[in-house]
Each structure stands twice: as C-alpha cells, then as structure tokens.
Design a protein around this ligand. Sequence first.
Ligand code: WQD
Length: 338
Amino acid sequence: MKVFLTGGAGYIGSHILTELLAEGHEACLFDNFSNASPAAPARVRRITNRDFEVVEGDIRDGAALTDAMTQFAPDVVIHLAGLKAVGESTAKPLMYYENNVQGSVALLHAMEAAGCQRIVFSSSATVYGVPKYLPFDEAHPLAPTNPYGRSKLMIEEMIGDWCAARPDASAVLLRYFNPVGAHASGQIGEDPNDIPNNLMPFIAQVAVGRRDALQVFGTDYDTRDGSGERDYIHVVDLARAHLAALPYCMENTGCEPINVGTGGGVTVLEMVAAFQAASGRDIPWNAVGRRAGDVAISLADATKAAKLLNWTAQYDVNAMCADTWAWQSANPQGYEES
Ligand code: WQD
C-alpha cells in the first residue's frame, strides 16, 4: 500500500515508518521537523535498507500538502503531525488549535484534492479526561481537561463528520495511551526538544547522566505504591497497531475510535525499578507534590483493537525499559550527537 505519513519523522512516526517499510509498503513522510530530527529518516533507511519519500512542510500549508499528496497519490494517510504537550497547550491554546485542528482541516482538503478517502488518526486517551470508570473503553464519556486533549477531540469529531458526508470514506481514530520504548536496534527513539515532560524519557536521561534525579509527582494516590499508574504501550506495538488499522481502513467505511493500550498498569515507582533493572543504573528520585491535571490511574480496555484489528500488545514493561535504554545509552545526547 502507498501510505502518506504526516509527522512521519517524529518519535512515533519513525517507528511506524520502520514497520511499514519492513512490510513492503511504500511511504511518503511529510514533516516540518519542529519536533523531529532530520537524522531520524536516515536512521530508518539504515534499519530497513529501504527508501521512501521525504517532504519538508507544515500541515497548515494547504498548497504544500495538496502538492505532496497529489504527487504521491496515497491509498491511506496516517496523520501524526501535531503538538502534544499538555502543559504547553494550557499556556498557548491558540497555537494548539491552529496547528492541530486547522492543520487537520488542511489535511482533509488535501486528501479530497488527491482523491484519498482513508485516514488513520493519531488520537489520545487524553480525550477521556477524568475517569468515570476504568479501564477506559471507547464508549467512555469524552471530556478532555486541557486544550491539547480538546484539540484531539475536535479533530476526531471533524473526521467523523467528514466520513458521514462521504459514504466511501474510512477513518480509524487510534487513542494512544502512554507510548514508550524504542526500536530494539537502538537507532531510533524518543528525543524530546527540551526538558522531558513525560516519565520515560526523563528516567532515561537520569540513567544516562543528563539529569540528576527524577521528581515523582505525587506518592499519595490511591494506587499500589501511591504513585501514578498508567497504561504504557511499547512504541513498536503502537506502530503495529497502525499497520493493523490499514487493511481495516481499506475494507470498511465510517469512523471508528479504537484504544491502543495493553490493559495493564504500571506505577511510576514500578517503572523506576524496572528501568534500574534493565539499565543497571541507579535512578535517584524524590517525591514532590502532584502535577496539576494528573489523574491517579489511566488504563485501556483494549478488547476492541483485538476484535476489529486482530491486534494485541506483545511487549512488557521490561522490554519497554530495555529498548529505551538501548536507544538512550547509544545516543546519550539524542540524535544531535550523530
Ligand atoms: C506519566 C506518569 C506523572 C514525569 C501524557 C499526556 C498524554 C500523552 C502521554 C500525548 C504520571 C508521572 C511524569 C515526571 C512523574 N501524550 N511523572 N515525573 O501525563 O500520563 O500522559 O503523555 O498524547 O496525552 O497527557 O504521561 O509520562 O507525563 O506521566 O512522576 O517527571 O508519570 O505524574 O503519573 P501522562 P507522563
């Protein structure tokens, strides 16, 4: 299949690209490299020994998108490009709505111009907001608590309306839980621009000596050990969920939200212990107050993905930590070093 990947040079995009190429698909990535290293595509070529097209562009640039999409003529679009920092979205909401929502409008217009009717969208469990019950299934009320999550929900609803207006259109909305880990080669991985917001890259940077200690945001939650519990999903499992969504997209019409998680939870302190075991490095930490907006527990009901996509997560927390460490220890400064 011919797959057009917006944001394809990013952490998740580069892992999806690697799996697509390994399965013999043709790919074109479209990225403005605002949150991706130009080195990443070259690493993917090294891992897969396959080539693909790269177009540098911004998803808000409708003309550039339409040109690239018309030239490549994809069977399906995987839409990953977007800003994704919860805290930043609260401080700069318009930047998030302009980039994420307006960019997605431009993308759908470009798809229409290129005659492409199928999209797999990178959504997020953040659309659920505060749990009314757990694990989250796809029927859980949608009540995001920050502009980033609201931008994701707006795009979900916009794609739903776009599909409703086009009988042949097809969309899968993949609601990611907590993506972590890296390709086992250690060639590609998560490389945040600044101080990592997320747990795993912060732990990895402590392990490799870039950060002194982890701040544990709250140890007074109602969980096994008082620290926050999340459904971490190995990024290669996540990538494979996208590949599993492609045939579903080709064979069905309509708009389908699907959780991508393991169904199991890991606490912050359990992740610290697992990373220490995987890396052999001590991870100093200190308990601080809860982070605003955090929930105690977030877990996926992943049965719909198993049923509709024949997909289930294969990698456990030990693999998540070992593969993250393979990446971080080989690239202590991230891609910049290469
Ligand atoms: C995980 C746990 C923190 C950092 C976010 C977004 C979500 C998605 C994934 C984009 C929590 C604790 C973290 C640290 C800590 N992103 N923590 N010290 O908040 O579950 O989800 O990232 O799609 O939309 O909301 O992930 O990794 O930030 O936090 O104690 O330095 O680790 O309190 O319990 P989160 P996270």
